[in-house]
Ligand binder design. Structure first.
Ligand SMILES: [Zn+2]
Length: 296
């Protein structure tokens, strides 16, 4: 069954879904951040997972990104939408606005960032880390809601769990970054490895560069407004998510031709561990092994 996956960021710990139920999923990579809510809205099947846990007890560097993506993949998620709050590095990206980034800089240092390894190598193309088709669709829906939304922009993901120094923020802005946050990577990369269309909806909470200031009170007000907006935005996106678009993307075949390890060299337990990710590339017939013989 095809589902829209939602990963809720700061402040977004539940979603108003019809006929919902909670499922607890274990994965070969450990437990996801929390139970996953399955439900429906306007006929669309949805799986919702709060990235930091329902009580926000998991910090960005503690999140088990692999378990989160793997669990959603096993539930049939092929379209993944995440929300986050982010700092602005550009004057025109005001607190309270929404940004749909199209590029990423990975400034994290100590995260498990791939499903591969342990005897199997694959190198996915991450030149466009966000699905351009899905992101455009979502931009249009938010724009039609009358919300200030920017399409495109570079998200720099830092390790955290603290905000950047002034020198770092100035450096990141000089590098061409537009917004700054702590959770887009490795989430985007893992979503690509799992062949999901992936889009981030970033709500700007404050300015991160000196000279563009917002008070603590303004920041908190913006945060609360953003969280209200993100809830409504997600509801509208799910209600209006098209069953078909005129443009095609390559996200759902991102692994095709990228697995370079010769079949005989891949341990069986690695293949089994990655069943939800690479299962469709394993041939059922042929050879003496119940694990299939080759990868397409
Ligand atoms: Zn896509």
């Amino acid at each position: 069954m095809s589902r829209i996956g939602i990963i809720g960021g700061t402040g977004l710990y539940k979603l108003g879904l019809e006929s919902s139920s909670e499922v607890e999923i274990d994965t070969p990579f450990g437990l996801p951040s929390d139970t996953i809510t399955l439900g429906e809205l306007a006929g669309n099947q949805v799986a919702f997972l709060p990235r930091h846990g329902k009580d926000h007890s998991i910090l960005p560097h503690e999140i088990n990104y692999r378990a989160n993506i793997y669990a959603l993949k096993t539930l049939g998620v092929d379209h993944l939408i995440s929300t986050c709050t982010a700092g602005s590095l550009k004057e025109e990206l005001h607190p309270g606005h929404v940004v749909i980034p199209d590029q990423l800089i990975d400034w994290t240092r100590a995260r498990q960032s791939t499903f591969f390894g342990n005897g199997i190598g694959a190198y996915v193309d991450l030149s466009e880390p966000y699905c351009p088709v899905q992101s455009l669709t979502i931009f249009k829906i938010i724009h039609e809601m009358g919300i200030e939304v920017h399409t495109g922009g570079t998200y720099i993901c830092i390790e955290g769990p603290q905000f950047s120094t002034r020198a770092e923020s100035e450096l990141f802005a000089d590098m061409g970054s537009d917004i700054i946050g702590m959770t887009a990577m490795p989430e985007a990369k893992l979503a690509r490895e799992a062949e999901m269309c992936y889009t981030t909806i970033a709500g700007i909470s404050d300015y991160s560069v000196c000279g563009m200031t917002s008070s603590r009170k303004d920041t908190m007000q913006n945060m609360h407004m953003m969280i209200r907006n993100l809830n409504e935005i997600l509801t509208q996106i799910i209600r209006r998510y098209p069953s078909h678009t005129d443009y095609e993307c390559s996200c759902t075949s991102a692994l095709k031709g990228t697995i370079i390890t010769s079949r005989s060299g891949i341990p069986f337990d690695t293949l089994d561990r990655l069943e939800a990710i690479i299962g469709k590339y394993r041939l059922e017939e042929g050879g003496s092994s119940p694990h299939g013989t080759i990868l397409k």
